[in-house]
Design a protein around this ligand. Structure first.
Ligand code: FES
Length: 224
């Protein structure tokens, strides 16, 4: 799914701490996912308007992110507010990083350019326990099929849930290119119960699925 077609999961919330940034790719579009020091997540095009440096290499300072190359600083709306080489300059409004909408749900950061689309609904609003993000060298359709064969029920084009024993997992799917995908996995349940051994168990379960997919020699159902 492309950014203008609906909400795409791009990172586990727990993987983007306050004051940090990370690069990601959605169907070939490079984005930066960053969290300001107030805890709000932002998703932008990963390109500084000055000379094109990746914003994901930049530094978060309070509610601004500064480009690594020449230090231009951008506010949470993507607007450039400060140019170190010209500290008294009133920066033109036209110097702005293109931004996407972002939301957090089920312990995952989602983004879209489509204001009308809705996030998937897993039917619960309780606590979650993050498991891991997994990067797979297979097309998104193959990845979703593998998880369905392991018992997952699709909730939308980019999400599903699966009951394994007593544990309910939520899974978000991100196409990074035509041939590669990322999978973001959480347990719909409290960390007080699931942190530790359960996280490790389901991380290994997901790695087994990835191994089967990439090797394409082991039937996926055997791994599940
Ligand atoms: S390339 Fe970003 S400030 Fe120059």
């Amino acid at each position: 799914m492309k950014l203008n077609e609906g909400w795409v999961p791009v990172a586990l919330s727990s993987s983007i701490e306050a004051g940090t940034s990370a690069g990601a790719v959605v169907e070939g579009s490079e984005i930066v996912v960053w969290r300001d020091n107030s805890g709000n997540a932002h998703v932008w095009e990963d390109r500084c308007p000055h000379r094109g440096m990746r914003m994901s290499f930049g530094f978060v300072r309070g509610d601004h992110i500064a480009c690594l190359y020449h230090g231009w600083q951008y506010d949470t709306a993507g607007q450039c507010r400060y140019v170190p080489a010209h500290p008294t300059l009133e920066v033109p409004q036209t110097i702005k990083v293109p931004t996407y909408l972002s939301k957090e749900k089920y312990g995952i950061i989602w983004t879209t350019a489509d204001e009308e689309s809705a996030l998937p609904d897993a039917g619960t609003t309780g606590e979650i326990t993050p498991v891991r993000s997994l990067y797979v060298d297979r097309a998104i359709g193959d990845v979703i099929t593998a998880f369905e064969e392991a018992g997952m029920t699709a909730l939308s084009e980019q999400a599903g849930k699966v009951l394994l024993g007593d544990d309910l997992l939520f899974i978000g799917f991100q196409a990074t290119s035509d041939a590669k995908a990322a999978v973001h996995i959480v347990i719909l349940g409290s960390p007080a119960i699931h942190a530790g051994a359960k996280q490790k168990h389901y991380a290994q379960w997901a790695e087994g699925l990835r191994f089967a997919l990439e090797q394409a020699a082991v039937p996926v159902a055997e791994v599940a």
